[in-house]
Design a binder for this molecule. Sequence first.
Ligand SMILES: Nc1nc2c(c(=O)[nH]1)N[C@H]1C(S)=C(S)[C@@H](COP(=O)(O)O)O[C@H]1N2
Ligand SMILES: [Mo]
Length: 161
Amino acid sequence: MDVTVHMTDGAQIETTPEEMAEMAGSTFAASSRVPEAAGEGFDLSAWFAALTADRAESADTAFPAPTHLIVRAADEFQAVIPWSQLKEAFFLCALNGSPLPKGGPLRLYVPDGTSACLNVKSVTFVRFAADPGLGQDAVYGFRNEISPESLSSGFKAGSGR
Ligand SMILES: Nc1nc2c(c(=O)[nH]1)N[C@H]1C(S)=C(S)[C@@H](COP(=O)(O)O)O[C@H]1N2
Ligand SMILES: [Mo]
């Protein structure tokens, strides 16, 4: 299954878990960062660095550094995560060398995140956002659950585990 990526300059890229892992350069056991997690993943920062290096070659102007990562899942679950919480973040992309049997094509893990709820399964959309207005707190929830507070931002804020 394909993954859609939006860069901070609005550029849209279609990719696959295999291609993302290859760009990141290496995969590692998920349990090295999240003890209870099975399978293999690749580092978010390593993949992002490779993506930006690729784009810097073709773009005339540098694009803004991200302030947040937005990930969306097949079931409309979404998380908006400040960049500062993503240092150890990785995408789970395989189980014993094969595509994920469930929770695929990718699952985000955020070991430094404020909630385990940020470990979004079935990620099909990744957006790097440069918008301090998205705030300092990570938020998550289903995009189709509209609460009065979320009407302006389009997603529901969650808290705790
Ligand atoms: N796509 C998707 N990812 C999701 C959710 C969801 O409903 N949909 N729930 C989140 C929440 S609220 C939690 S607590 C964890 C649960 O992960 P687990 O099933 O591995 O315990 O997944 C997160 N990832
Ligand atoms: Mo949760």
